[in-house]
Design a protein around this ligand. Structure first.
Ligand code: GDP
Ligand code: MG
Length: 166
């Protein structure tokens, strides 16, 4: 099994931390250059018989009026052409405009979307449940996986869920 995985999330939700945890500091290709119009391969994760090619989706959190048409197209194509989308949010913060904008972009996507609630080490379990409800109200997700990218909690479970979509 092999496939492409797009990673979406507003700045500071923990996308790079997640990639580093999965790929290891040495393997991860981290590029935090300002928005470009090209999707970047962040890294390739191989396990047993499966391979996941992680790519970022630049600019997708930006307000529409700031997005050039070409960038919108790149973002939409990325969403369509990957096997699965990881929508990463910061569970320790209230949903914000950046998250809402991404949700709007994802609304008509047929690609399976995994809601990844990151930074669960910072919150009470009751608040995690509330956050899940908030997001589930706004979009249909194929799966919902809480993680701590920093501490490495539940990463294996998330990789298993991704694998199930390849
Ligand atoms: P990105 O902008 O989405 O790539 O976010 P980063 O990976 O750069 O993370 C932003 C900040 O959040 C950094 O200071 C990380 O150390 C922190 N961070 C990321 N994941 C977690 C987590 O699971 N728990 C906590 N407490 N902090 C995290
Ligand atoms: Mg980053």
């Amino acid at each position: 099994k092999s496939g492409f995985v797009s990673i979406i999330g507003r700045p500071n939700v923990g996308k790079s931390t997640f990639m580093n945890k999965v790929l290891g500091q040495k393997v991860a290709i981290m590029s935090d250059k300002p928005q470009t119009t090209r999707n970047k391969i962040q890294g390739v994760y191989t396990k047993d018989n499966s391979q996941m090619i992680f790519i970022d989706t630049p600019g997708i959190h930006k307000p529409k009026h700031q997005l050039g048409e070409h960038m919108m197209k790149v973002a939409r194509n990325t969403l369509r052409e990957t096997e699965v989308i990881l929508f990463i949010i910061n569970a320790a913060e209230e949903i914000g405009r950046g998250d809402e904008f991404i949700i709007d972009m994802l609304k008509n996507t047929k690609t399976p979307i995994i809601l990844v609630l990151n930074k669960i080490d910072l919150i009470h379990p009751d608040d995690l449940i509330k956050q899940i409800e908030v997001y589930k109200d706004k979009l249909n997700f194929s799966d919902v996986v809480p993680i701590s990218a920093l501490q490495g909690n539940n990463i294996d479970r998330l990789l298993g869920v991704i694998e199930s979509h390849l």
